[in-house]
Design a protein around this ligand. Sequence first.
Ligand code: MG
Length: 159
Amino acid sequence: MITEKLQQVINDQITAELWSSQLYLQMCFHLKKEGWDGFAHWMAKQSEEEKEHACAMADYLIKRGGEVKLAAIDVVPCGWGSVLEIFEHVYKHECHVSELINGVVAAASAEKDNATQDFFWGFVREQVEEEATASSIIDKIKHAGEAGLSFVDSQMAQR
Ligand code: MG
């Protein structure tokens, strides 16, 4: 049985994951509007992935005898200047999410809940990949320049 305090922490993280999903969906629609179909496709997948994280956390909470309480999702930003600016935003946001996940592990540790620590260590490892992926896309965009950006766009459609 999970503690009341950890249940709240995990519910907050579920809300944060759904907010991330909305953020990336908004980025997807913005990119699509600008004609960057590959980048938009990548962002749609990213949005789905964040929703999957939220659902995995919800399933875990239920397994531990907790209750999922979905909260309102705050409005996400919109309107970016360039593809580079969008991916710099993604990178910054993923670094923020990493801090949030570290916070969940710390809370589980304080409650001496080893199972929850173990479950969220999986997300800690995943965040390493998320940050690295965003960072490498930023590098590609910087290398590409305007002309080469269409090539990167077509690569992004492969995801
Ligand atoms: Mg996530």
